[in-house]
Ligand binder design. Structure first.
Ligand code: DGJ
Length: 722
């Protein structure tokens, strides 16, 4: 029996179908209820989304409700979730409830599938809701299929539609640009539409990432207020539409951006939308973030529970200007520092057009002979001898016009056949809708891994948005390009993951032009920004930490912002996945000793930073200071980071700065407080340093962790004692 048939049969046996009835359909997590009911007209309504109802019997009191997955062409005047065009060019759709089924997956995760169908046209829509009970996370996606004679056209095909009926709505978005990613801003949503979207294709998130926070009734803060945090798992064009209607009700539609993406769907083929993930917190943003962090480590992130390697990267230390000798020197630096890995960045490949700058060579993945006469093999062997791992940079989806690949395979390049080409960073995007190109891109990783099994890590970059939009492969189906590109990318990444399941990979996109939770199913971590100025990083890391756990956020110590000390730069980077991108000759002996001991501290504190609970205590947006702490799940170890950014020097500073109350500790445990990461000869000026306090005191009274000094930082280790 074919695998697919077997799968369908299994699903039919496992799912227990509940037929047409007036019974409500309840999608529930520990603290959240999402409740649907079929109306008298047979259409599915969302009756409730909010705090969990304690008594099941109360559900019958719910009144009103709004069409769960609004269709185009019917009586509602606002933005629909789905818009299809039938064979007769009629574009209306009326979806009626047919059945629903519930299936228990592992670990208390439950999937509910609701089948809807039009009774005039053979078009079916299945709404999927996967509830991760303990994490208060719900994943939703949609499957669309039909039995019309010819393909139907999908003009809009959302992953999710959610309805809200609150007094006020506040949207927090994270738009920005290259080197100023995820800048947080909040606005009240009033009548009409607010759209967050991207049309950039590959480096799709360069101006705005696929996530948002929606505070309900009043702006939520870290610990109080109702907030829904949502994000789309799609490594391409997305769109979130927030629409407030005349009755002050809000509809939120999330999915692939329908821009230039009308999709012609043949009969019997199923169009599966990407996953939309959301959590709903009644205790502010901090709790919502911890829901995402825990869920990601347990279910979504590649090697979510695993360790992460510290590293030395050569990008900012050398840019393209290196040879074997220089790299061997840097590998020696990595050993001296005490990191786990050396990561070789851009510039190691191509011979006809050697990659001495970003103008050429991309696509030709063999080592440049005069830079690396002994190939990567020599570097990998040397790394092994030195007891460190070796990782390498690739950008396999792209090509420079000045390359052998372009000369040989212009048909593999997304380009307009009848116009002059235009470039972003001197490069173009390969056409991943084409299976031959998928083989090529897979082959870049597979070829390197086959030749050099010692490669322990890849940094996968993606520096250009899609330009010159035209696929030589898709021919008359050009509006499929944005969608098929991403599907092609996933096919490649699926093959890599299947063949190299334990290979850690960093997702990079000229900084963070691409991060999302589907990509993180293939990547262990990501590069948040090319901006490594530690002050800027305090804001950028704050932004990403809203959705992604610290172990995914690569943070490197570099020479950016020389006004900050090596201590400040390292302390900032320790709040993520620690790395260095610096030459040891940029440091004096004291600074090197500092970094060496900071790496040891980091390794000791990994259980808290990488796998613990994160509490954002003071926001960098709130003024001159910021503080974040991490606590192990068993509450025996914690680490608090405190930064003074721009305070005005004050005579009696203690009057101006309040204590910072900690969070997440056990009130009944006693904790020793110890400032660590001190420069040699530096004495801690922390009040109560090396003393014991109860968790209760630290959380209610707190400690004065800030100072009046500009660009000052403190790392405080908190250890439970009997
Ligand atoms: C952009 C990345 O963000 C950098 O870290 C570096 O890898 C360069 N690309 C290399 O071209």
């Amino acid at each position: 029996m074919k695998l697919k048939t077997l799968f369908v049969l299994c699903c039919m046996l496992c799912l227990s179908p509940v037929l047409w009835g007036a019974e409500p359909i309840r999608v529930e997590t520990k603290n959240v209820d999402l409740i649907f009911q079929v109306g008298d007209n047979g259409r599915l309504k969302q009756m409730y989304l909010g705090r969990k109802l304690l008594h099941e019997s109360d559900i019958r009191h719910l009144t009103g409700g709004q069409e769960a997955y609004l269709t185009h062409g019917m009586e509602d005047y606002f933005e629909p979730a789905i818009h299809v065009e039938h064979n007769d060019h009629n574009a209306s759709l009326e979806l009626k409830y047919v059945s629903h089924a519930e299936q228990a997956l592992k670990d208390g995760v439950k999937e509910t599938v609701i089948n809807l169908q039009d009774d005039k046209y053979p078009v079916s829509v299945k709404l999927h809701y996967v509830a991760y009970y303990d994490n208060d996370i719900i994943k939703t996606y949609t499957e669309i299929s039909h039995q019309e004679k010819k393909p139907i056209i999908l003009h809009k095909y959302a992953s999710s539609m959610l309805h809200f009926d609150k007094s006020k709505y506040y949207l927090t978005e994270f738009s920005g640009d290259w080197i100023s990613e995820v800048q947080e801003s909040t606005q009240e949503l009033l009548f009409g539409k607010k759209v967050l979207d991207t049309k950039l294709g590959t480096r799709a998130n360069m101006f705005t990432p696929p996530f948002f926070q929606l505070s309900l009734d009043k702006p939520a803060d870290e610990n109080t207020g109702e907030v829904l945090m949502g994000t789309l798992g799609w490594t391409g064009n997305f769109r979130f539409t927030f629409e407030v209607d005349q009755l002050k009700k809000l509809r939120v539609i999330s999915g692939i951006n329908p821009y230039f993406s009308a999709y012609s769907l043949p009969a019997k083929e199923v169009f599966r939308t990407p996953d939309f993930f959301f959590t709903y917190s009644f205790e502010g943003k901090g709790k919502a973030s911890r829901n995402f962090h825990d869920w990601a480590r347990a279910y979504q992130l590649k090697d979510g529970q695993g360790d992460r390697m510290t590293l030395l990267n050569n990008w900012e230390a050398t840019y393209f200007d290196f040879n074997e000798e220089k790299l061997l020197g840097l590998m020696g630096d990595a050993v001296k520092l005490g990191v786990d890995m050396f990561l070789l960045d851009d510039g190691w490949f191509a011979n006809k057009y050697p990659r001495h700058s970003d103008t050429q060579g991309l696509g030709d993945w063999t080592e440049t002979a005069d830079k690396l006469p002994n190939g990567l093999g020599k570097l990998i062997d040397e790394a092994a001898k030195k007891g460190i791992k070796f990782g390498v940079w690739i950008e396999p989806e792209m090509v420079n016009p000045k390359s052998e690949l372009y000369e040989k395979h212009k048909d593999w390049v997304i380009h307009l056949p009848n116009r002059n080409e235009y470039y972003f960073r001197n490069q173009m995007v390969l056409d991943l809708s084409n299976p031959e190109v998928q083989d090529f891109v897979f082959g870049v990783v597979d070829g390197l891994m086959t030749k050099y099994p010692g490669i322990a890590y890849f940094k996968w970059d993606c520096n250009s948005p899609m330009t010159n939009i035209y696929s030589p492969y898709l021919k008359e189906k050009q509006t499929h390009l944005y969608v098929e590109y991403v599907r092609g990318l996933y096919k490649v990444l699926d093959r890599i993951k299947a063949k190299y399941p334990d290979l850690p990979m960093m997702l990079c996109s000229g900084g963070s032009g691409r991060i999302d939770y589907k990509a993180l199913n293939y990547f262990t971590e990501f590069w948040p920004s090319d901006n490594t100025d530690p002050v800027a990083r305090l804001f950028i890391q704050w932004g990403y930490s809203q959705f992604f756990p610290a172990k995914t956020l690569c943070a490197h110590v570099t020479t950016w912002n020389k006004r900050t000390s090596i201590k400040f730069r390292t302390d900032v980077a320790m709040m993520g996945k620690l790395g260095f991108d610096i030459k040891l000759s940029d440091m004096n002996a004291e600074e090197l000793a500092y970094c060496q001991s900071a790496i040891k501290n980091y390794n000791r504190l990994k259980p808290a930073i990488l796998n613990g609970d994160m509490y954002r205590l003071v926001s960098p947006y709130s003024g001159n200071h910021t503080s974040t702490m991490f606590v192990t799940k068993d509450q025996t170890k914690a680490v608090l980071f405190a930064f003074d950014i721009y305070p005005r020097p004050a005579q009696d500073y203690s009057k101006l700065v309040q204590n910072v109350c900690m969070q997440g500790l056990d009130p009944d445990k006693n904790y020793r407080i110890k400032e660590i990461n001190l420069m040699s000869g530096q004495n801690s000026s922390l009040q109560g340093n090396d003393q014991i306090y109860s968790g209760d005191y630290l959380m209610k009274v707190g400690l004065g962790v800030f100072t009046g000094n500009q660009l000052n930082s403190r790392v405080i280790e908190i250890t439970a004692e009997n």
